[in-house]
Design a protein around this ligand. Structure first.
Ligand SMILES: [Zn+2]
Ligand SMILES: [Zn+2]
Length: 267
């Protein structure tokens, strides 16, 4: 069983715990061959907006430096990657593209929690019909930009809903079809398997959604969405997820399809 994870946070996002090195050591101990840091992206806010759930831009260089230092220190023991989990914010898309093109980042994953930097509507809230379709449209537009290597927790729009209805099915199918057409893996996010007080609805991974992924033949990648190093110790949860995907007949990718190859060769 090959264990890899490209969805891992750091304390810079203000809602995670543990040193950067603690994550790496926990991953090595858990038998992971590859770990990608993907902290919540900072943004160059122009209006003084301060996010309480993301890395401030002032921490970004330190984030890169720390990850690259660990990459060198643990080379041969674990393959470390440096990425971001980012929103699709059209007004900041140029900035994000520059970061990727600069070579400092190996990858970016799409975590579609909001559609505007001021965060007017949380896609994991109990959305009305309009909100559900707003998530679908915005998220698929982001996927189509070509910047993102995977879609994190695709079922976020249903996390607080009570039932999987025809609209959920419609939107799920659109997301899955987009992922398939773009060769973008959908993340089988394991953080939803842990109890969290704010998760009151369907949650994720959602069986109805993954049944459709199996039917449509899109690919999956397992993500821990680790906000603490202890997640890496829970290898039983990881291995069960891999088995569940295999039992469903879903192709599981062990690595991201669009990693920066220059880094891969030297790692
Ligand atoms: Zn987070
Ligand atoms: Zn995350």
């Amino acid at each position: 069983m090959k264990r890899t994870n490209f969805h891992s946070h750091t304390t810079r996002c203000l809602h995670a715990s543990g040193s950067d090195e603690a994550y790496v050591l926990a991953a090595i101990k858990g038998g992971y061959s590859e770990l990608g840091f993907s902290d919540h992206s900072p943004w160059p806010y122009e209006d003084g907006f301060v996010s309480g759930i993301r890395m401030p831009l002032s921490q970004y260089q330190d984030y890169l430096d720390s990850a690259h230092a660990l990459q060198a220190k643990y080379r041969g023991q674990i393959n470390l990657r440096v990425g971001l989990e980012a929103e699709y914010y059209p007004q900041h898309h140029g900035w994000l593209t520059e970061q990727k093109d600069s070579g400092a980042l190996d990858y970016v994953i799409l975590g579609s929690h909001f559609d505007a930097p001021e965060e007017p509507l949380y896609f994991g809230g109990n959305l009305n019909r309009q909100g559900l379709y707003r998530y679908a449209k915005h998220t698929i537009r982001g996927m189509e930009t070509g910047l993102f290597c995977a879609l994190a927790h695709p079922e976020l729009f249903m996390v607080s809903l009570n039932s999987f209805d025809a609209d959920c099915e419609h939107i799920s199918r659109d997301l899955i079809q987009a992922a398939k057409a773009l060769n973008m893996p959908l993340e089988y996010n394991l953080s939803g398997l842990y109890p969290m007080s704010w998760r009151t609805g369907l949650g994720y991974p959602l069986p109805q959604f993954w049944q459709m992924v199996a039917e449509d033949g899109a690919a999956a990648i397992i993500g821990l969405d680790a906000h603490n190093p202890e997640r890496y110790a829970d290898t039983q949860v990881y291995d069960k997820a891999a088995k569940d995907l295999a039992d469903l007949g879903i192709k599981r990718l062990e690595s991201l399809p669009c990693l920066n190859q220059k880094q891969a060769e030297t790692a």
